[in-house]
Design a protein around this ligand. Structure first.
Ligand code: BTN
Length: 257
C-alpha cells in the first residue's frame, strides 16, 4: 500500500524519472515524489524526448515498491496513473480529459499529458518502479511538428472562457493524492477489477475505429474496451483480439485520439 507522500521540488533536473531512480538506488522509500520546473533530458516513451520548457509544464515522478503484486502487473500502474491525472485535472480546474489507451490524456483529440513508467529488477524480482507524469500547463503554443496534436491546461481553460488560475504545485499535489487512492485500490487485487468501469467510462477509443501498428503489419479494428489487466480488447473481422501495452501503437483513424 502507498502511505505518506514526500514532495521534493527542484529548479532543473535531467529527468525526474532519472532522479527517482538515483534516489531509489540510494535506498529512498516508496512515496518519494520529485518534481522540477525544467527537465534538460526529459524522456518520453519508446526513447523519444519529452520537452519540458521551464515553468510551463508539470514534470513529476514517484518512487513505488509494488512488492504486493506480480511483475506482470507492474505495467498496469501506468493505467492507474492515467486515471489519477484525469481525475485531478477535473478536480483542480474542471477539465474533462479522456484517456487514449493505454495512458495518454487527450482533450478534443489533443494530448495534454504523457506518462512513462519504468521498472528496475534485482535478483530476479522487482526492485523499484518510477512512474513519471508530464502535463502541459501554461504552454501558449507548441513547436510546429506537434502543434496539431498537443494542448495545455491554459489553452483548454481559455477555450472554455474559464477564469481558473491554477498553479503547477496544486496540480502536482492533486495528481499524487488522487494516484494514492487509485493505486491502493489497484494494489489490493493487482489488476483493474475495481477500476475498470471507471477507466472505460473515460476511454476515448471506446467503440472507435483504430489502426493497430505492429512491427510487421498494420491493420484496422474496432476498440471495444479493456480487460482487467488493462489490455485493449479489439474486434477484427468479427473476432475479438487482445492488444498488450507496449506491443503495438494504437492510432485513431480520424484525428489523434
Ligand atoms: C510520453 O511519451 O507520452 C511519456 C512522457 C512522460 C514525460 C514525463 S515528465 C516527468 C517524467 N520524467 C521524464 O523524463 N519523463 C516523465
Amino acid at each position: 500500500m502507498l502511505g505518506e507522500i514526500i514532495y521534493e521540488f527542484y529548479e532543473s533536473v535531467d529527468s525526474t524519472n532519472e532522479r527517482i531512480k538515483a534516489r531509489a538506488r540510494d535506498d529512498a522509500g516508496q512515496g518519494l515524489v520529485i518534481s522540477a520546473d525544467e527537465q534538460t533530458a526529459g524522456k518520453g516513451r519508446v526513447g523519444r524526448k519529452w520537452e519540458t520548457p521551464s515553468k510551463d509544464t508539470v514534470a513529476t515522478s514517484i518512487l513505488l515498491k509494488p512488492y504486493e503484486i506480480p511483475v506482470e502487473s507492474v505495467a498496469t500502474i501506468t493505467i492507474v496513473a492515467a486515471m489519477a491525472v484525469r481525475a485531478a485535472l477535473e478536480k483542480c480546474c474542471g477539465l474533462k480529459a479522456e484517456i487514449k489507451w493505454p495512458n495518454d490524456l487527450v482533450i478534443d483529440g489533443k494530448k495534454i499529458c504523457g506518462i512513462l513508467t519504468e521498472m528496475e529488477m534485482r535478483d530476479g524480482k522487482v526492485w523499484f518502479v518510477t512512474c513519471g507524469i508530464g502535463v502541459n500547463v501554461h504552454n501558449k503554443s507548441f513547436p510546429e511538428e506537434i502543434a496539431f496534436k498537443a494542448t495545455s491546461v491554459d489553452l483548454e481553460l481559455a477555450k472554455n472562457n474559464s477564469t481558473c488560475k491554477i498553479h503547477r504545485s496544486e496540480i502536482i499535489k492533486a495528481i499524487w493524492e488522487s494516484f494514492k487512492e487509485y493505486y491502493n485500490v489497484f494494489i489490493r487485487t493487482g489488476d483493474l477489477t475495481n477500476l475498470r468501469d471507471e477507466y472505460q467510462a473515460h476511454l476515448a477509443n471506446s467503440g472507435k475505429r483504430v489502426r493497430i501498428e505492429a512491427q510487421e503489419n498494420s491493420y484496422e479494428a474496432t476498440a471495444l474496451g479493456i480487460n482487467n489487466k488493462g489490455e485493449l480488447i479489439i474486434e477484427v473481422d468479427g473476432k475479438e483480439e487482445i492488444i498488450r501495452t507496449g506491443e503495438v501503437s494504437v492510432r485513431g483513424i480520424y484525428g489523434y485520439s
